[in-house]
Design a protein around this ligand. Sequence first.
Ligand SMILES: *[C@@H]1O[C@H](CO)[C@@H](O)[C@H](O)[C@H]1NC(C)=O
Ligand SMILES: *[C@@H]1O[C@H](CO)[C@@H](O)[C@H](O)[C@H]1NC(C)=O
Ligand SMILES: *[C@@H]1O[C@H](CO)[C@@H](O)[C@H](O)[C@H]1NC(C)=O
Ligand SMILES: *[C@@H]1O[C@H](CO)[C@@H](O)[C@H](O)[C@H]1NC(C)=O
Ligand SMILES: *[C@@H]1O[C@H](CO)[C@@H](O)[C@H](O)[C@H]1NC(C)=O
Ligand SMILES: *[C@@H]1O[C@H](CO)[C@@H](O)[C@H](O)[C@H]1NC(C)=O
Length: 413
Amino acid sequence: MQLFPAMTGTAALSLLVLLFFSSCASTDAHNITKILAKYPEFSTFNHYLSLTHLAADINSRETITVCAVDNAAMSDLLSKHLSIFSIKNVLSLHVLLDYFGTKKLHQITNGTALSATMYQATGSAPGSSGFVNITDLKGGKVGFAPEQNDGKLNAYFVKSVDEIPYNISVIQISSILPSAQAEAPTPGPAQLNLTALMSKQGCKMFADLLTSSGTINTYEDTVDGGLTAFCPTDGVLKPFMPKYKNLTAEGQASLLLYHGVPIYQSIAMLKSNNGVMNTLATDGAKKYDFDVQNDGEVITLKTKIVTAKITGTILDEQPVAIYSIDKVLMPKELFKASLSPTPAPAPAPVADAKSPKASKAHHVYASPPQPDSPDEQPAADQTADSSGSVRFDGGRLIAVFLSVWLGAMLLVV
Ligand SMILES: *[C@@H]1O[C@H](CO)[C@@H](O)[C@H](O)[C@H]1NC(C)=O
Ligand SMILES: *[C@@H]1O[C@H](CO)[C@@H](O)[C@H](O)[C@H]1NC(C)=O
Ligand SMILES: *[C@@H]1O[C@H](CO)[C@@H](O)[C@H](O)[C@H]1NC(C)=O
Ligand SMILES: *[C@@H]1O[C@H](CO)[C@@H](O)[C@H](O)[C@H]1NC(C)=O
Ligand SMILES: *[C@@H]1O[C@H](CO)[C@@H](O)[C@H](O)[C@H]1NC(C)=O
Ligand SMILES: *[C@@H]1O[C@H](CO)[C@@H](O)[C@H](O)[C@H]1NC(C)=O
């Protein structure tokens, strides 16, 4: 009988621990639409996040701050009659790629900081126009402005709306951040110069091959109906050139077309649509397809011969997305003969050196203006995964273990 209260005490404690772990294991990624749906004053902002597909991109990211504005501020923006593409740019400037909870906002080192935004990540923000300046002001105020705003801070922190520590902070600011660059008419997709965009962001060799082979025409013809292109960076393509030159002209064209997909796929869509993907080289019996898989935060493209990773976004403006990749995609249709006898190493769930902290450092808010710079690692280790999934499974394992133990305890009691 003496044992009884002690037992229940332990059981209660273990129940708490169990609840803690199961809540860790079952918490899905945040859903901005759902978070904002609780607040009617943000209904217009919320509606446009969905309409522009920004909501899905927000949900797919971690360590992020959404600066929401109320319906009155949204109607100021809408009265400008911008195209939906420009509205998307303006709203993406309101999504900071770092976590700013109320506490951090009021305790910024040196009282001022620059944060990269999702507008910067689209690749279409000229200069440093995709950065937002956050400055602590007198009387506990916090001012916000696009970096290039002549020293004026015209939007202010109003209140915290919701905070999921280190994942997503939703705050209200007083007005839309003014940005002539974001509001500028964005070129319709048909006017986009695909090769110029690729060349500017580390994929000049690939762009030049598209032009010299004429396959760029196929890419351009696809744009209106949706296009996603995966570009090997110069550092990756250069050592591959002997293999490329070895192909027939037809083979070369097929290889280049193999790097395009005739539908628009944002990062969020790629993450949620794992599976086989047809390419511009696909032609009836000649399959020329590859598999898309995501492993935590990393999206991989698997052919029978190589596994490439997406390393950066060159452009993401519906209906066109262009990403940089760390390997040339080699279709089995062209490289079957060179299938090496040594099998590729099986992807082991190795927790690599890339700690969660290291991956968060990617979003450092005071970093200088720069696009998502692809790490050029032609010989990247194919087994290196993000450690996220490992931690996740660990939590689950402990939860299972504890529930078994708890069950046993209750039986004893
Ligand atoms: C933060 O996001 C990650 C990945 O989406 C998720 O696994 C984790 O549970 C989230 N944390 C909280 C506190 O919601
Ligand atoms: C997010 O929440 C909204 C509203 O509750 C829901 O319609 C939508 O399906 C959710 N999205 C995801 C990805 O769960
Ligand atoms: C704060 O200011 C000092 C002195 O100007 C500078 O050396 C330091 O890098 C600044 N810190 C940040 C985080 O900007
Ligand atoms: C932010 O803007 C204020 C006002 O123009 C300026 O004093 C400050 O230096 C800016 N901060 C950064 C990090 O550029
Ligand atoms: C695209 O840009 C390149 C320079 O990067 C230029 O040579 C080419 O003519 C442009 N194409 C079109 C269709 O404007
Ligand atoms: C070029 O093709 C020939 C014949 O298929 C092959 O033996 C050779 O290894 C290839 N060279 C390269 C660099 O792939």
